[in-house]
Design a protein around this ligand. Structure first.
Ligand SMILES: [Zn+2]
Length: 235
């Protein structure tokens, strides 16, 4: 969750225009999934997803920020690139059809279903430093997404360290850019049960910090769990 964004529950209308959103439902059934895990608020998670498998994140209670990063599982020097993804699709928002590109401009995953409609990849993850700037000096000691990322990777067997954390995706976050080029406080668009689903185009490591932020009104000061599914897929 970026530290500057605040959200309320409403529709996607900004500056008199309806912003581009693409809603797409999935036909996959949770009962057919090969992996089903509920990730509590504030917890880290890392998991390997094989090429062809389908990965779904469900916002169980609504307006939760799911900070996410991907590595090529076979070569972790290749990892998600917000820059390549934005340039590749000529759009700053992520939704159905978005190919999540690596720093080598290769597709890592493709978003195949999305009932939320928009996800952010500009705002980055909250950190103890940003908590002090945004909220108060004493907030420095509160848990933040960058710490969850670090906790997940240093305790994993993949040889990753602090320098391997990059600019991430904030699934279910709405961080629009205004006509004058600024990132704004924006109304949230996610609701309980909304989900985003993506097909792995290579073997990937999915890294998540289910944002622990307690200072931002965007989640009503109440971070909530998400549910993670993987299906075998047909590739
Ligand atoms: Zn966060």
């Amino acid at each position: 969750m970026p530290h500057f964004a605040a959200r309320k529950r409403s529709r996607l209308h900004q500056h008199g225009a309806v912003l581009p959103v693409v809603f797409m439902r999935s036909s996959l059934e949770p009962s057919d999934a090969i992996y089903d895990f509920t990730l509590e608020a504030g917890e880290p998670w890392i998991h390997k997803i094989e090429a062809g498998q389908i990965f779904r994140i469900v916002d169980l209670c609504g307006n939760q920020a799911v900070d996410t990063f991907f590595y090529n599982a076979d070569n972790t020097a290749e990892r998600y690139s917000a820059t390549d993804t934005i340039v590749g699709q000529r759009n700053i928002y992520l939704t159905t059809g978005t190919r999540l590109l690596s720093n080598l401009s290769r597709p890592m995953l493709t978003i195949t279903a999305d009932t939320c409609g928009r996800h952010d990849t500009l705002g980055g993850a909250c950190s103890t430093e940003s908590n002090t700037v945004r909220y108060a000096l004493e907030k420095r000691y509160m848990h933040a997404c960058r710490q969850s990322f670090l906790q997940a990777i240093v305790h994993s067997p993949y040889g990753l360290s602090k320098r391997d954390i990059g600019s991430n995706i904030n699934f279910f976050m709405n961080v629009p850019v205004t006509p004058d080029g600024k990132l704004t406080f924006a109304d949230g668009i996610s609701e309980a049960g909304k989900y985003v689903e993506m097909r792995a185009e290579m073997n990937v490591l999915a890294l998540i910090s289910n944002c622990p932020q307690l200072n931002n009104p965007c989640n009503a000061y109440n971070p909530t769990p998400v549910r993670l599914f993987v299906w075998q897929g047909g590739k």
